[in-house]
Design a protein around this ligand. Structure first.
Ligand SMILES: [Zn+2]
Length: 404
C-alpha cells in the first residue's frame, strides 16, 4: 500500500464521500486534522488534501485508508501525488499579520557602533514603507533602488557606520531575514567580503522590494503602518532622532497613519474600529514613556505617537463632536474621509496633561472655540476630561487598564 498507487477515480470517490458526510465527519472518520495550507480545489469546492489522499486509499480495491501518521501531506508526498493525478492543489499561505511583521523586525540583528545599532536596515525599510504608503511600485530596478537609497543612507546614519551610503549591505541583510525579495536565480553572497557583495549587485542588477504580503499590509493599513514604524524606531533608533528620516521618506506627521480607511470600504476592511483603536492605543502607550523623558530626552513631541493618538481619537469620535452636551456631527469630511473635527488635548501638556487619547477629545469647531476662548471653558474642560476617559474606556477594553 502506498500513495503512489492512488488513482484519480479513488480520489473522486473520496471527494464524493466528503461531500455527502461533511468535512467534520469525514476528518473524524479517517482520523485527520484540518489542513492548514494545502487544499484540493475541485469543482469550486476545497478539500483538505492530506485527508483526501488518506481516505482515497480505501477506495482502491482490497485496500484500507492510510493513517495520518503513515505519510506526509507535503508537496513531495500527498499534495504532489494529487497534483500528479490532475487535481488543483492550492497553498493557502497564511495571511501576514502586523504582529508577524513586528516579530520579524524584532528578530533583525543589526551590527552596532558605539552609540547603538546601525541604522541602514531601518532606513531601507522606512523608505520602502514610504513607497507602499504612496502606492508606488513594489518591485524596483536595482538602479533605481540604488539611486534612491544612496543619498538617504548617506544622510541618515550613526557616527561610525560603515560602509557608508551603500544599499547592498542592508538589502542583502533584509533579504536574508525574509523582509526583502530579490529577483535572482543565484544566491546572494554573505555580507562579509565587502567588494564581493557590491560586485554581485552590480553584475546581477536584481529587481527587488518588500515581499508582496508585507507591501500589501503596509499599503492598505495606516494602523499597521504606524505599528511597524514604531517597532522599527524602537528597535533601531533609541535616543537617535528618527524624525528626519521619516520625513525624508514621506512618513512625516499624520501621513504615517493616514489612509482612506475611515471611508466605508469592505475591501479595506474597517470591520472593527475598536480593534484599530486598541492597536493605536498600544502604540501610544508604548511610546509615551519615551516621550515623557523617561527613556529619551525628547519630551512631548514624538511624531509617531502624536499621529497614532490623533488618529485614534478621530476613529473613536465616529464623526461626532465628543462634547457630551453637543454631539453634533462634523460639519464636513476631508478628502480622505476624516471628519472635520479638532483633536484637542483637554489638559495643557505644558501643565502636566497627558498626550494620550484618555485625555484627548474630538470637538466640532464651535465647541473647540468655546473650549479655547469661552468664559465657560473651565467648566467645559472638567466635563471633557470625564467624557474623554469614559469614551476611552468604552473603546479600549482591556487596553484601558494600561492606557488609563
Ligand atoms: Zn460640539
Amino acid at each position: 500500500m502506498a500513495l503512489k498507487d492512488l488513482t484519480r477515480d479513488a480520489v473522486i470517490a473520496a471527494i464524493n464521500e466528503f461531500d455527502s458526510v461533511g468535512r467534520e465527519q469525514f476528518l473524524a472518520k479517517y482520523g485527520f486534522a484540518e489542513s492548514r495550507r494545502l487544499f484540493v480545489q475541485y469543482e469550486g469546492k476545497s478539500y483538505d488534501s492530506k485527508a483526501l489522499a488518506g481516505a482515497a486509499h480505501a477506495f482502491l480495491s482490497g485496500q484500507s485508508s492510510l493513517k495520518a501518521s503513515e505519510f506526509s501531506g507535503g508537496w513531495r508526498h500527498a499534495a504532489g501525488v494529487l497534483q500528479h493525478l490532475g487535481f488543483d492543489v492550492v497553498d493557502r499561505v497564511p495571511a501576514l499579520t502586523v504582529h508577524d511583521l513586528v516579530r520579524a523586525i524584532d528578530r533583525l540583528r543589526p551590527a552596532t557602533v558605539a552609540s547603538g545599532p546601525m541604522l541602514k536596515q531601518a532606513v531601507v525599510l522606512l523608505w520602502a514603507i514610504g513607497l507602499a504608503r504612496r502606492g508606488a511600485d513594489r518591485v524596483l530596478t536595482w538602479e533605481r533602488t540604488h539611486a534612491e537609497l544612496t543619498p538617504l543612507l548617506t544622510a541618515h546614519h550613526r557616527s561610525g557606520e560603515r560602509p557608508e551610503g551603500r544599499p547592498d549591505y542592508p538589502v542583502a541583510a533584509l533579504y536574508r531575514a525574509g523582509l526583502w525579495t530579490l529577483d535572482t536565480s543565484t544566491s546572494v553572497p554573505a555580507a562579509h567580503g565587502d567588494a564581493r557583495l557590491r560586485r554581485w549587485f552590480d553584475e546581477h542588477q536584481p529587481e527587488g522590494g518588500l515581499p508582496e504580503p508585507v507591501y500589501e499590509l503596509l499599503r492598505s493599513s495606516g494602523v499597521a503602518r504606524v505599528q511597524v514604524v514604531s517597532a522599527i524606531v524602537d528597535k533601531f533608533f533609541g535616543d537617535f532622532d528618527y524624525a528626519a528620516v521619516t520625513k525624508a521618506v514621506g512618513l512625516e506627521g499624520d501621513s504615517v497613519v493616514d489612509d482612506d480607511l475611515m471611508l466605508p470600504d469592505e475591501d479595506a476592511g474597517i470591520d472593527d474600529p475598536k480593534r484599530d483603536y486598541q492597536d493605536l492605543i498600544a502604540v501610544v502607550t508604548n511610546r509615551e514613556p519615551s516621550t515623557r523623558g523617561k527613556r529619551r530626552p525628547v519630551v512631548g513631541n514624538d511624531p509617531i505617537r502624536l499621529a497614532a493618538a490623533r488618529r485614534a481619537v478621530l476613529l473613536r469620535s465616529e464623526g461626532f463632536c465628543e462634547n457630551p452636551a453637543c454631539g453634533k456631527p462634523a460639519p464636513d469630511y476631508t478628502e480622505r474621509g476624516h471628519p472635520v473635527l479638532e483633536v484637542d488635548h483637554v489638559s495643557d501638556i505644558a501643565t502636566g496633561g497627558r498626550d494620550h487619547p484618555v485625555q484627548m477629545v474630538a470637538l466640532c469647531p464651535d465647541c473647540h472655540a468655546v473650549k479655547t476662548r469661552g468664559r465657560s471653558r473651565h467648566q467645559l474642560r472638567e466635563r471633557l476630561l470625564v467624557a474623554a476617559r469614559e469614551r476611552h474606556e468604552a473603546w479600549a477594553g482591556t487596553a484601558a487598564l494600561n492606557g488609563g
